[in-house]
Design a protein around this ligand. Structure first.
Ligand code: NDP
Length: 318
C-alpha cells in the first residue's frame, strides 16, 4: 500500500525524520527548487503538512495542495497558519501545547535576571579587564519583591507566574477574560503597565494582539520598568519600543522575538538597555524533542484514525 505524502516546511530533528520516513513519503520544502513544477507533479498527492510557528503554511502552498487534510505544527503558536481557510476546507490543524511551558517560562526568567542584574554589562566588565582598571562594576537592580505583570495568563503565562514565585513578586495580569486565579486582574493594559516593574508578554500573535504593547503601554511601564517579550514580535510596536528605549522613557527590554525575524533592528542590537535572544524560548534539546514527538504523534494518529491528539481550538470540531 502506498504511504501518505507529507510536505515538511522548516526543520525537523533526526528523530522526527526517522519516524516520519517510516510512515510517510516525505517532501522537504527547502529541497524543492521550482515550487510550481513540484506542485504540478506532486501537489495533489500531498495530504499532510508539517510546519513550524514561523513559516506556517503560505497561501500559495495551501492552494497548491488541493487534497490537504492535516497540518501539524511544530510549536504551540499557530498565528502563521490561516485557521479560517483550514476550517473552510475541513483541514485539521494541530500544535504542541504544554510540553514547552517550563522552557519558555525559564527563558522569561533568564531575560528578567539578565536585564535587572545587568548581566551583559557585568560579564563584559569581567572579560574586558575593566574590573582591574576601573574598579567595581556599577550596581544593578534586585529581581526580588517586584510587581510582575503578565500579558496573557494561559498555559505558559501561568508557568511563568509559578516560576517567578522564587522572587516573591506581586503578580498581576491582563487577558481578555478574567481568570480564576489569585492574582489581580487588570482589564486595561496601560493601567496594568503603570502598576508594574516588569511586563512579560506571553499572548498568542495574530490580529487581536497586533502591537497591543504600544507607545502608551511602554511609557506607562516607565523609565525604571522592564519589558520582556517571549510571545511574538507582532505583539509589541517595535518602532515605539526603540523610541521609548532611546529616549529613556522605558528602562529595559528583554526580547526573544522580533517583528521581522530573523532581522533585528540595529537600534535594538546597539542599545545598552536591551537583552536579546534569537527566538530560543523553547530551544533546548529536551523541549524540542518533546515538541517533535508530539508533532509526529499528531501525524501518526491522523494516519491511523483521521484524528489528531492536540488540535488547535479553532479546528477541534473537525
Ligand atoms: P494559551 O492559549 O494557553 O494562552 C494565551 C493567553 O493569552 C490566554 O490567557 C488568553 O486569555 C490571552 N490572550 C489571547 N488573546 C489576547 C488578547 N487579545 N489580549 C490579551 N490577552 C490575550 O497559549 P500558550 O500559553 O500555550 O502560548 C502563548 C503564546 O506563546 C503562543 O501562542 C506563542 O505565540 C508564544 N510562544 C513563544 C515561544 C518562544 O519561543 N518565544 C514558544 C512558545 C510559545 P484570553 O483568551 O482570556 O484573552
Amino acid at each position: 500500500m502506498s504511504q501518505p505524502e507529507v510536505l515538511q516546511i522548516g526543520g525537523a530533528t533526526d528523530e522526527m525524520r526517522a519516524r516520519l520516513d517510516a510512515e510517510f513519503k516525505v517532501h522537504v520544502m527547502s529541497e524543492i527548487d521550482d515550487f510550481d513544477a513540484w506542485a504540478a507533479e506532486h501537489g495533489a498527492g500531498v495530504e499532510a503538512v508539517m510546519t513550524n510557528g514561523h513559516d506556517g503554511v503560505p497561501a500559495k502552498v495551501m492552494e497548491a495542495l488541493p487534497n490537504l487534510k492535516v497540518v501539524s505544527g511544530y510549536g504551540v503558536g499557530y498565528d502563521a497558519v490561516d485557521t479560517d481557510a483550514c476550517v473552510a476546507r475541513g483541514i485539521k490543524v494541530s500544535h504542541t501545547p504544554d510540553v514547552l511551558n517550563g522552557e519558555v517560562a525559564n527563558t522569561a526568567l533568564l531575560l528578567l535576571l539578565a536585564g535587572l542584574r545587568n548581566f551583559r554589562h557585568d560579564e563584559a566588565w569581567a572579560r574586558s579587564g575593566d574590573w582591574e582598571t576601573s574598579g567595581n562594576a556599577p550596581l544593578s537592580t534586585s529581581p526580588d519583591g517586584k510587581t510582575i505583570g503578565i500579558l496573557g495568563l494561559g498555559r505558559i503565562g501561568q508557568e511563568i507566574a509559578d516560576r517567578m514565585a522564587i522572587f516573591n513578586p506581586t503578580i498581576v495580569y491582563h487577558t481578555r477574560s478574567k481568570k480564576d486565579v489569585p492574582y489581580t486582574y487588570y482589564g486595561d493594559l496601560v493601567e496594568m503597565a503603570a502598576a508594574c516593574d516588569v511586563l512579560i508578554c506571553i499572548t498568542p500573535g495574530g490580529p487581536s494582539t497586533n502591537k497591543i504593547v504600544n507607545k502608551q503601554v511602554l511609557e506607562a511601564l516607565g523609565p525604571s520598568g522592564m519589558l520582556i517579550n517571549v510571545s511574538r514580535g507582532s505583539v509589541v510596536d517595535e518602532a515605539a519600543l526603540i523610541e521609548a528605549l532611546d529616549s529613556g522613557k522605558l528602562g529595559l527590554a528583554g526580547l526573544d522575538v522580533f517583528e521581522k525575524e530573523p532581522h533585528i533592528p540595529d537600534a535594538l542590537k546597539t542599545s545598552d538597555r536591551t537583552v536579546l535572544l534569537p527566538h530560543v524560548g523553547s530551544g533546548t534539546h529536551e523541549t524540542r524533542a518533546a515538541m517533535g514527538k508530539l508533532t509526529v504523534d499528531n501525524l501518526l494518529q491522523w494516519k491511523a484514525d483521521g484524528t489528531v491528539k492536540t488540535p488547535v481550538p479553532e479546528c477541534a470540531h473537525l
